[in-house]
Design a protein around this ligand. Structure first.
Ligand code: HGY
Ligand code: MN
Ligand code: MN
Ligand code: MN
Length: 401
C-alpha cells in the first residue's frame, strides 16, 4: 500500500547502482541523472501532475494550478554522493509521489496546489557545491559561478548543461519560489537519534534546524619530478602539505569537539596532479567540509587553518545556522502527534537553502537503524518508509485542507 511506494522504490533502486559495492553514483547532468529525471516525469504524468522545470532545471510537478495560491510542496532530490546510499534524497521524492497517490486515491481535494519537487545537484558531488539547484534559484549562488564550476574532468557545468540540450538561462527564480507556500522535505535520518529511542516512539521526527556548515578548497603547490630518481631533500611534494592540512583540520575540530558542542571537519576529496604513482605531486587540491551547531567553532577551525596554511584556503560554500519555520514545524509536529520527536541535523538540505531564502520550511526524518549515510550502509526499514508516507499524507491534509 502506502500509495505505490514499494513499486516506485523497486523501479529506482537499480539506477546508478554499483553492482560490487551496492553504492550509488547519480551525479548531476549525467546519464543517470537523465534516467532519474525521465522516471520522475513519467511518475508525475501518471499522477496527472503538471511538470515544469525552473531556471536551474529543478523539476516541479503540480496538482492544481500553481498560480492559484501558494502551495504545499513536498519532495527532495535524486542525486547522490559517490558510492552513496539508496535513501538520501530518493526516499523523499518517492514518498512524496506515494503520498500524492494515496491522497488522490482517498479522494482528498486540496484547498491549495500541491507540488512535488525534485531538486537537482543537491549533493554537489560532480561540481563541488552542495544544493546547487536550490542555491541558484534562491540567489544563494550566482549563475555565473555555477556555470563556471568544473568537474574532475574539467567539464564545466555550462558544458554539462549544453550536453543535455538545456539553455544556460540560469538564475534566481522568484516566480517559482512564490508558488511555494510551505516546503516539507522528507529525508532519511542521517544519524541514530530515532533508532536509539524507544521503538514505540514514532519512526518519523520533525526537523527543527540545520547546523552551520561550509565547504572550503585548499590548494597546495609542489614540483613534479621522478619518484625514483629524486632525492628526498630535493623534493617539493604537494602531497605532504595536503596531508598536514587534513591532519590539522581534524585536530582543529577535535580541540573544539566535546560532549556539549559537536565540531567536525572532514577532508573527503583530493585531486592530485599529475596523479601518477611514480610522479611526485606538483599540485594537490583538498576539499574541506566543516560543521558545528555553533558557528564560532567552525570559524575557529577555519581561522586555525588560515594561520597554518595562509593563502591555501578558499571558501566554496557556506550555509549559516538554519532554523526551520517554528510555526510550521510545531503545526506539523502537532498534526503527527505531540510525542513526535523534534530533531536538529548536521546534514545540509535544499530545505535549508529555501528556509534561508524565507520560504516557510520544515523537514521530516525517517528512522535509519544504521544511522549511517553517504554510504551503502544507509538504510530505512520498509515499515518505517511507509510510516513516512503516512506522515506526509497527514501533513499535506493538515496544511492543504
Ligand atoms: O552534505 C550534506 O550535508 C548533504 O548531504 N548535502
Ligand atoms: Mn546527502
Ligand atoms: Mn539529502
Ligand atoms: Mn537535501
Amino acid at each position: 500500500m502506502a500509495g505505490g511506494f514499494d513499486r516506485r522504490w523497486a523501479e529506482l533502486l537499480p539506477v546508478g547502482r554499483d553492482g560490487t559495492t551496492g553504492g550509488y553514483r547519480r551525479f548531476a547532468w549525467t546519464r543517470e541523472d537523465h534516467t532519474l529525471r525521465e522516471w520522475f516525469a513519467g511518475e508525475c504524468g501518471a499522477l496527472g501532475l503538471d511538470l515544469t522545470e525552473d531556471r536551474m532545471g529543478n523539476q516541479w510537478a503540480w496538482w492544481g494550478d500553481p498560480d492559484a495560491a501558494p502551495g504545499v510542496v513536498i519532495g527532495s532530490h535524486l542525486d547522490s554522493v559517490p558510492d552513496g546510499g539508496a535513501y538520501d534524497g530518493p526516499l523523499g521524492v518517492v514518498s512524496a509521489l506515494a503520498a500524492v497517490q494515496a491522497l488522490q486515491e482517498e479522494g482528498f481535494r486540496p484547498s491549495v496546489p500541491i507540488g512535488v519537487v525534485n531538486f537537482g545537484d543537491e549533493e554537489g558531488a560532480r561540481f563541488g557545491v552542495a544544493c546547487a539547484g536550490s542555491r541558484v534559484i534562491t540567489g544563494a549562488m550566482t549563475a555565473e559561478r555555477a556555470l563556471g564550476l568544473r568537474d574532475a574532468d574539467g567539464v564545466s557545468m555550462a558544458e554539462a548543461l549544453r550536453a543535455t540540450g538545456r539553455g544556460l538561462d540560469l538564475g534566481p527564480d522568484p516566480a517559482t519560489l512564490a508558488r511555494v507556500g510551505s516546503f516539507v522535505e522528507l529525508h532519511v535520518e542521517q544519524g541514530k537519534a530515532l533508532a536509539l529511542m524507544d521503538p514505540a516512539t514514532s519512526a518519523v521526527a520533525v526537523g527543527t534546524d540545520i547546523w552551520p556548515h561550509g565547504r572550503w578548497r585548499a590548494d597546495f603547490a609542489g614540483r613534479a619530478d621522478h619518484a625514483g630518481t629524486t632525492a628526498l631533500a630535493d623534493r617539493t611534494d604537494a602531497m605532504l602539505e595536503a596531508a598536514a592540512f587534513a591532519l590539522a583540520a581534524r585536530e582543529a575540530a577535535a580541540r573544539r569537539d566535546d560532549h556539549e558542542h559537536r565540531c567536525v571537519a572532514t577532508v573527503g576529496k583530493l585531486e592530485v596532479t599529475p596523479g601518477g604513482i611514480n610522479a611526485i605531486p606538483s599540485h594537490v587540491t583538498a576539499w574541506l567540509d566543516a560543521r558545528s551547531p555553533r558557528e564560532d567553532l567552525v570559524q575557529g577551525v577555519i581561522a586555525d587553518l588560515h594561520g597554518l596554511f595562509p593563502e591555501a584556503l578558499r571558501e566554496e560554500s557556506w550555509t549559516p545556522a538554519t532554523r526551520f519555520d517554528e510555526t510550521l514545524t510545531l503545526r506539523v509536529r502537532d498534526a503527527l502527534g505531540e510525542t513526535t520527536p523534534l530533531l536538529g541535523t548536521g546534514a545540509g538540505h535544499d530545505a535549508g537553502i529555501l528556509a534561508n531564502a524565507g520560504v516557510p520550511t520544515t523537514m521530516l526524518f525517517v528512522r535509519n537503524p544504521t544511522g549511517s549515510s553517504h554510504t551503502p550502509e544507509e538504510h530505512a526499514d520498509a515499515a518505517d518508509c511507509h510510516a513516512g508516507v503516512d506522515a506526509l499524507v497527514t501533513v499535506v491534509k493538515e496544511l492543504a485542507a
